[in-house]
Design a protein around this ligand. Structure first.
Ligand SMILES: NC(=O)c1ccc[n+]([C@@H]2O[C@H](COP(=O)([O-])OP(=O)(O)OC[C@H]3O[C@@H](n4cnc5c(N)ncnc54)[C@H](OP(=O)(O)O)[C@@H]3O)[C@@H](O)[C@H]2O)c1
Length: 268
């Protein structure tokens, strides 16, 4: 299989690097294109992949095409690659809010489309991706898509109807954790710590908590209770979080992200 990557920005680059580093594909089987020629040159040079001369050239040369452009760039890219995507091409899109049917309509009935929602921890090989298959996609196509995204973390297969919720949860999710870290750092600074010390304490605590949550089958609630002794400091913090409705605020934010993903899917 040869894979062409259209758009070598944050996500495109992360996926190319993940696949090359994990040796899941030979770099000679990866083809890249991006309108930013300096960016493209750097990625081609550092990963040893092949450079295309346009989106259409890439599509003609690759068996599978990964669309890693912004949703608003998608219509133009689909128009450009259509002549090369007619004969049963596998097209994998990571664009938020672009449904499979829209890509299939733009490329014609021959294209087999897989839609994926990855996230930015893919940049360090710790990504989480939800994968949905469109009409005509084979088990082999899905295995191939999993191989790409598992090179940059984990992947699960989901029905497309879940995609907006997955976007709200794991697509946008890293930003929620960063926000929590920002707020904790600010609190530490207000309590008299240096910013540098607060940042180090918070980042290491976040990494440790994530590692502990991943180490076993216990739900996060149980791990939280292990930290919360009766009459202790954590309990004092949670009394305030509960009183001010922190869980309800988080839920409302995640619901808003899901609503926005739905609007984007409808082209609004
Ligand atoms: N970032 C995230 O957290 C995240 C998470 C999940 C899914 N996604 C999805 O991943 C996709 C890419 O996001 P990103 O953060 O990687 O964006 P990005 O960094 O802006 O990368 C997009 C790349 O595509 C290039 N491009 C623009 N027009 C093009 C064209 N006609 N043909 C080929 N390449 C073109 C851009 O070049 P210019 O910069 O010159 O325009 C840029 O290098 C988006 O659809 C997004 O919804 C992102």
């Amino acid at each position: 299989m040869t894979l062409g990557v259209i758009g070598c920005g944050n996500m495109g680059r992360a996926l190319i690097q993940g696949v090359v580093k994990s040796r899941r594909m030979s770099p000679r089987r990866l083809i890249g294109w991006d309108p930013d020629q300096a960016r493209l040159r750097a990625i081609v040079r550092s990963n040893g992949i092949v450079r295309a001369s346009s989106n259409l050239d890439l599509t003609r040369r690759a068996k599978a095409v990964l669309l890693a452009v912004k949703p608003q760039q998608m219509d133009q890219v689909l128009r450009e690659i259509r002549p090369g995507a007619k004969r049963g091409k596998l097209v994998i899109s990571i664009a938020a809010g672009v449904p499979i049917r829209r890509i299939q309509r733009a490329l014609g009935p021959g294209a087999r489309v897989i839609r994926v929602m990855p996230n930015t921890p893919a940049l360090v090989g710790q990504g989480m991706a939800g994968i949905s298959a469109g009409r005509g996609v084979t088990r082999a196509d899905l295995r191939f898509a999993r191989r790409i995204f598992e090179a940059a973390g984990q992947a699960i297969e989901i029905p497309e109807a879940w995609m907006d919720a997955v976007t709200a949860l794991s697509g946008s999710g890293p930003a929620y954790f960063f926000f929590l870290m920002e707020a904790m750092i600010e609190a530490g600074v207000k309590l008299g710590l240096s910013r540098q010390a607060a940042q180090r304490l918070v980042k290491a605590t976040a990494a440790g908590a994530a590692a502990l949550a991943l180490a076993g089958p216990q739900p996060p609630r149980k791990l939280r209770r292990q930290v919360t002794s009766k009459g202790g400091t954590t309990e004092a913090a949670f009394r305030v979080f509960k009183k001010r409705g922190l869980a309800a605020i988080l839920r409302a934010g995640i619901f808003a992200a899901c609503r926005r993903a739905r609007q984007l899917s409808r082209g609004r």
